[in-house]
Design a protein around this ligand. Structure first.
Ligand code: CP
Length: 311
């Protein structure tokens, strides 16, 4: 693997899931593959799981890890030809090349603005690092994608499915803040690559990018969508059509113990209790959220291992 910025960078998804499950059983099996190699993690935004699980994954492979919160560094300029006499102090051209001297792999988290659809869609942070860095890039959640989360979710569904082709529902849920589409996009992308019966449910007005959802079944009646579901993956996202907007309507889309039924509950975390899902859901045996978070380590570890093997 030369980089990991999308699920498409995985050659054989099922084989990669199986290898990650084996790594989970024996996490230090390849503890020297990253010896004398450094992972630099750049955070433009907050994180709990991604930061700690990525660090753990890299250390399980014997790597050194450096973490930089970009808010503590010089403010970066991404435009070409800019006269840098305002707030930006350093251009991505220098920054990416300099960081490449300190790292064998650079991992980046950079959320969208949710204000400028075209700019967010251009993935200018990740793509400029790909353009100017001299080492492989890993996406730790970008403007439109979260492929490490999706791979962890693939592992979790594989571990917990009880039928060959489970019914999986991605449900929009309420949230007081406007949130990105990245996790939902990545999950849709994943579902198109797995053997599942997949439905998306959301209130009208919360359609995702149709170039990503393609011909996925969309059911606006959440109750109907949940019938016979094996897994209900819940996530809020802001409107894509009315880009980045959200309303405080649809609080009745919260996941309750009653509407979950016997389905397994999934969410990438962090989650707002009693807004997105009620306590009874999160505290029940049907909730997989802690297991999903644990699988973040092994998803990242298999990705880093495959990149290290190709350096
Ligand atoms: N799921 C996830 O990416 O969590 P963090 O935002 O805490 O990293």
């Amino acid at each position: 693997m030369k980089k990991y910025t999308s699920l498409n960078d995985i050659n054989n998804l099922q084989e990669t899931i199986n290898k990650a499950i084996l790594l989970k059983k024996d996490p230090f099996k390849f503890s020297s593959i990253g010896k004398n190699k450094t992972l630099v993690m750049l955070f433009f935004n907050a994180s709990l799981r991604t930061r700690l699980s990525t660090e753990k994954a890299a250390k399980n492979l014997g790597m050194h890890v450096s973490v930089l919160n970009i808010s503590n560094a010089w403010s970066l300029e991404f435009e070409d030809g800019t006269v840098m006499n305002l707030t930006s102090s350093e251009h991505i051209k220098e920054a990416a090349k300099v960081i490449s001297q300190y790292a064998e792999i650079i991992a980046i988290r950079a959320f969208p603005s949710l204000k400028n659809k075209e700019k967010d869609a251009s993935e200018f942070v990740i793509n400029n690092f790909i353009k100017y860095a001299e080492v492989p890039i890993v996406n730790m959640e970008s403007a439109t994608d979260h492929p490490l989360q999706a791979l962890a979710d693939a592992i979790t569904i594989t571990e917990f499915k009880t039928v060959k082709k489970p019914k999986v529902v991605l449900s929009w849920a309420p949230h007081p803040k406007a949130l990105p589409h990245s996790v939902a996009n990545a999950f849709v992308h994943l579902m198109h690559k797995m053997e599942v019966d997949f439905t998306i449910t959301h209130p009208k007005g919360y359609e995702l990018d149709t170039s990503i959802t393609k011909d996925t079944l969309i059911e606006h009646d959440q109750h109907k969508a949940f019938e016979n579901a094996d897994f209900i993956y819940t996530k809020n996202w802001s409107s894509y059509l009315d880009y980045g907007k959200t309303t405080n309507k649809f609080s009745n889309w919260m996941i309750t113990k009653k509407n979950l039924g016997n389905a397994k509950f999934m969410h990438c975390l962090p989650i707002r209790r009693n807004v997105v899902a009620e306590d009874e859901v999160l505290d029940s045996d049907n909730s997989l959220v802690i297991k999903q978070a644990n699988n973040r380590t092994y998803a990242t570890q298999i990705v880093l291992k495959q990149i290290l093997e190709n350096l």
